[in-house]
Design a protein around this ligand. Structure first.
Ligand code: SAM
Length: 221
């Protein structure tokens, strides 16, 4: 799915996101943020912050920068920030695949329900690695294709329907992670039947340096 299409889908979904999918994922987001250990002086990047579901769960410290493609989603996040007086949060409309930030700017990167929405999940992780400091924590919450072959087949079959809703159901975690050369520290689900999982990664800058050729390829695409 291309970013222009995604933007349109989420501008439309912003009207009911918080009372549908947004409500469903609150507990998972809270638990994932709990694994970030944010300190007073930390810079935190929330990639694809959407309507700001995460804002109820970030501690009231550090600086939180949220970016998103969709102005409709950002409008709702902005409303939450002003209603709750969250002066430590800033929002920016930007493409997570081409981040307008310097290298090594952030202590934590949060990627919640976004990796299967973008056109290039690998590039998204690469950008997160680039802007995150060495050993920064990258926390991903997402649905990944099941290890169970039957369930994986159903997920593939559902993929065209999911694309219309703005995400894909057949993303394989291992494929994305292996290409980035990063190590998953640990991963967990809310419970055994949860369809989404949280993946915690420590940034590996060495893997990024080894990939200079591939990054050049993206620049001309
Ligand atoms: C399913 S929502 C998740 C929102 C929020 N992170 C959450 O967990 O509730 C996906 C969000 O990613 C945003 N998004 C998709 N592609 C993006 C991109 N390339 N750059 C920035 N944001 C993007 C969409 O606009 C949407 O707000």
């Amino acid at each position: 799915m291309q970013e222009a299409t995604t933007k349109g889908i989420y501008n439309f979904q912003s009207a009911f996101y918080d009372i549908t999918f947004g409500r469903l994922v609150q507990r998972r987001i809270a638990q994932a943020i709990g694994h970030m250990d944010i300190q007073d002086t930390d810079f935190v990047l929330d990639l694809g912050i959407g309507t700001g579901n995460s804002l109820s769960h970030f501690p009231n410290k550090g600086r939180i920068i949220g970016i998103d493609l969709s102005e409709g989603m950002l409008r709702l996040a902005r409303k939450k920030i002003s209603e709750r007086g969250l002066d430590h949060v800033q929002l920016l409309q930007a493409d997570a695949l081409w981040l307008p930030f310097a290298d090594n700017a952030f202590d934590h990167v949060f990627i919640s329900h976004v990796i299967s929405v973008v056109s290039d999940p690998y590039r998204l992780i690469r950008e997160a690695q680039r802007v995150a400091k060495p050993d920064a924590r990258i926390v991903i919450v997402n649905h990944f294709q099941s290890d169970n072959r039957f369930v994986a087949l159903v997920e593939k079959w559902l993929c065209p329907l999911c694309s219309r809703l703005g995400w894909r159901s057949d993303l394989v975690l291992q494929d994305v992670i292996e290409r980035t050369g990063m190590q998953v520290d640990y991963r967990f689900k809310l419970d055994s039947i949860d369809l989404w999982e949280t993946v915690v990664i420590s940034n590996n800058k060495a893997a990024l340096r080894n990939d200079a050729g591939e990054r050049r390829e993206y620049a001309v695409a």
